[in-house]
Design a protein around this ligand. Structure first.
Ligand SMILES: [Zn+2]
Length: 414
């Protein structure tokens, strides 16, 4: 067997043959001059054969998978052809996408590694600078997602997430039926969410959305009401509970500020305890909270109201839930606690959409589950420098498109 044939077998090169090889950089790089096996040059757009109009002499270089630590580089001078439909184009290259500087195989490995580890760790394995890897991944994902159409969206979820250590925000759009993330956009305002509805969905698609879930921000609720005329909006339960917990915590902080050292000691560790769901508390913890009735009436009142509020989620009839919520709001107003009165105001603004959970419980376990994955992805690189790399990792791990599946199947060797 000749050297070239042996190399071809070892490297498992498909659709190409090696014409020459040489080593470079103190034998750390293996360079291969290759050429595609084919009968005629084909158009990258339509795959039809074209007449060669120009024998390009300019060689292009592709990086391939490493071989035992050796960097492998492919060289070939693509020809220009004339396609009857697409005119003058560069012939298609079987081992790499158009304009790419790396082979499909390397693209596949980048995707496979980044799905399970940090970009930094993947960069180390692939022996390339993290910024290079991040750039390559971005190009893959942009190419695969280019022209992608969202399919059969019925239940949409909108949520915000912070990145860059809380200094920047992004808006995430979910398909809650499929448990996938459809879109990531910079910012959390109305403009951001409008961009999604205007750029990604047709009028017909918008009218086919039946359910929508989001937090209580006017940006999201406003956009959903405007763009999805046939959707029932359900406020995400998680956000209602979060707002109530914040209101209760404000009472605790206000008391903390007013108390002396001795009094503060008595309500120490309360922040965490007040935020707990009644089911997760121990008997001792509940007793401690009950004892507040004598030591700190105001916190006690706020806590009792918070615990009572939990019952709303047990209702399955809209009318009963409404009745309960109205009674609860009256009681909360009577407490004369400013932060709770403010919460009642928020609830009043979203009343219909909060009790809408009785129509369909969108209190999205799905969305929250996805959020957890997004957080893992976020923590993997402890702060991305920009939205692009953060968004890329989201699309790669929980996006609605299977990115690696778009790399030709014969070229996915790991
Ligand atoms: Zn063509």
């Amino acid at each position: 067997m000749s050297n070239l044939k042996l190399l071809n077998k070892i490297l498992r090169l498909k659709g190409m043959k090696i014409t020459r090889f040489w080593f470079k950089n103190r034998s750390k790089e293996l360079h291969l001059a290759v050429k595609p096996y084919k009968n005629g040059c084909r158009c990258p757009e339509c795959g039809r054969r074209g007449r060669i109009v120009h024998q390009t002499t300019e060689f292009r270089r592709w990086e391939d998978l490493t071989l035992m630590g050796l960097k492998v580089l492919l060289w070939y001078a693509p020809k220009e052809i004339h396609c009857p439909t697409h005119g003058r184009v560069q012939e298609t290259i079987p081992w790499a996408p158009a304009w790419s500087r790396i082979t499909y195989r390397l693209e596949w490995r980048i995707c496979a590694l980044c799905q399970i580890m940090t970009q930094k760790a993947a960069a180390e394995i692939l022996k390339m600078p993290p910024s290079t890897l991040s750039g390559l991944l971005h190009r893959i994902i942009t190419r695969v997602r280019d022209g992608h159409k969202i399919r059969a969206l019925v239940t949409v979820g909108v949520d915000e997430i912070s990145f860059l250590k809380g200094r920047k925000f992004a808006t995430l759009v979910y398909d809650l039926d499929r448990a996938r993330i459809l879109w990531v956009g910079l910012g959390k305002g109305r403009q951001t969410i409008d961009r999604f509805f205007n750029e990604c969905l047709s009028e017909g698609q918008k009218s086919r959305i039946r359910w929508a879930s989001c937090d209580m921000s006017r940006a999201y609720t406003g956009a959903i009401k405007h763009h999805c005329p046939n959707a029932t909006l359900v406020i995400d339960r998680f956000h209602v509970v979060k707002a109530l917990n914040q209101a209760v915590d404000e009472v605790r902080m206000e008391q903390w500020r007013a108390l002396d050292t001795e009094g503060r000691k008595a309500i120490k560790g309360l922040r965490w305890l007040l935020g707990m769901h009644s089911r997760s508390r121990t008997k001792g913890q509940s007793r401690f909270l009950n004892n507040l009735r004598n030591s700190n009436r105001r916190i006690h009142r706020a806590w009792v109201l918070k615990d009572e509020f939990e019952h709303i989620w047990n209702y399955s009839y809209r009318a009963s839930a409404e009745k309960f919520l109205k009674r609860w709001m009256t009681a909360a107003l009577r407490s004369r606690i400013p932060s709770l009165r403010q919460f009642v105001g928020t609830v009043r603004n979203h009343f219909d959409h909060i009790v809408a959970f009785t129509d369909r419980n969108l209190t999205n376990a799905v969305g929250e589950g996805l959020n957890r994955i997004v957080k893992i992805v976020k923590n993997r690189a402890s702060g991305y420098r920009n939205l692009n790399s953060f968004a890329d990792m989201i699309y790669l791990t929980v996006g609605d498109l299977n990115i690696p599946a778009h790399i030709p199947s014969g070229l996915r060797t790991l």
